[in-house]
Design a protein around this ligand. Structure first.
Ligand code: HSE
Length: 308
């Protein structure tokens, strides 16, 4: 028996919501988990590239694989050890770009394994395991449920979350450069402690951002996608980000420009033809930096993960 799950890409943080805000994008990975026919054959992990370049050699094919680790935690949760399984990942989400590729395979592996086991775990358990493996819940929550999600990893390992409708006319443009940035490296750049003024800045921007989404208030949103907790430290590794923020500051119909997750992809939120009006200048920034960049304007993905 085998189960396949389609899981969307995600963009986390959205500026002030470090480790707690995220939204899903309509780019998908497909994860298949199957019991192997030959007992005792162990685990088999296959990665199949769809339309992207993927450094297959860098992905562990043994018990260190994150999908396997997540599935192992699920089996432990029901008091069993993992049987012989085969995991196949068809990838469309670019890896190590800040688009939730690891969250997608963790979530897909968990949902597929849970189906195979007869659904012993509910969404809350799957989300908690996924957040444990990923280290934070802001990608895995929208990867599971789609849309724009708030999530909080609690001290007991559970995740509180809420999905808030995203305004229909707010467009998402992702700028995906042709180089990678490991989340571990991007997190290692962050300071151990932050100042009260910086914390206060992010708390008020994040609170107002959520209110802006609730009320579809574009004018207020323009003041909210700002951050002092992670972007100032990661900026140095995200090519073009300073130039873009300078270009887009106060531009009509641009609601924000932020590092997507830990980078190096960048997310721009706009209304009307806001992005179209600036796209040539945006392309020029990357050309000047000699960075190839795939630019995609997308609607939010509202469905989340699906067994197919
Ligand atoms: N919130 C995470 C970070 C997302 O910024 O490090 C990246 O996985």
């Amino acid at each position: 028996m085998k189960v396949s799950v389609k899981v969307p890409a995600t963009s986390a943080n959205l500026g002030p919501g470090f480790d707690c805000l995220g939204l899903a994008l309509p780019i998908y990975n497909e994860i298949t988990v199957e019991e192997t026919v030959m007992p005792g054959s162990g685990i088999e992990i296959n990665i199949i590239e769809e339309d992207i370049d993927y450094d297959i050699l860098s992905v562990p094919k043994d018990k260190n694989n994150i999908v396997y680790k997540a599935i192992e935690l699920l089996y432990n949760f029901i008091g069993q050890s993992v049987s012989d399984i085969k995991i196949t990942v068809k990838t469309n989400i670019p890896v190590t770009r800040g688009l939730g590729s690891s969250a997608s395979v963790i979530v897909g592996g968990l949902i597929a394994a849970n189906e195979l086991l007869g659904k012993p775990a509910d969404d809350a358990v799957l989300l908690s395991i996924a957040s444990e493996v990923e280290g934070h819940p802001d990608n895995v929550t929208p990867a599971m449920f789609g849309g724009f999600c708030l999530s909080s990893l609690e001290d007991d390992g559970s995740v509180s979350y809420s999905k808030i409708p995203w305004p229909e006319d707010w467009k998402l443009t992702v700028l995906i450069p042709d180089y990678e940035l490991d989340t571990k490296i991007a997190r290692s750049l962050l300071p151990e402690t932050i100042s009260i003024p910086d914390a206060s800045f992010n708390i008020r921007k994040c609170a107002m951002l959520i209110d802006s989404v609730y009320r579809c208030d574009s004018e207020q949103m323009k003041k909210c996608m700002k951050d002092k907790l992670h972007q100032p430290y990661r900026n140095q590794l995200v090519k073009g980000f300073s130039e873009l923020t300078e270009l887009l500051e106060n531009k009509e119909d641009i609601l924000g420009c932020v590092i997507s997750g830990a980078g190096p992809a960048i997310l721009i939120v706009s209304v009307n033809d806001g992005f179209e009006k600036v796209q040539n200048d945006v392309k020029q920034i990357f050309e000047d930096l000699n960075v190839k960049c795939d630019i995609r304007t997308l609607d939010i993905e509202n469905e989340g993960s699906k067994v197919i």
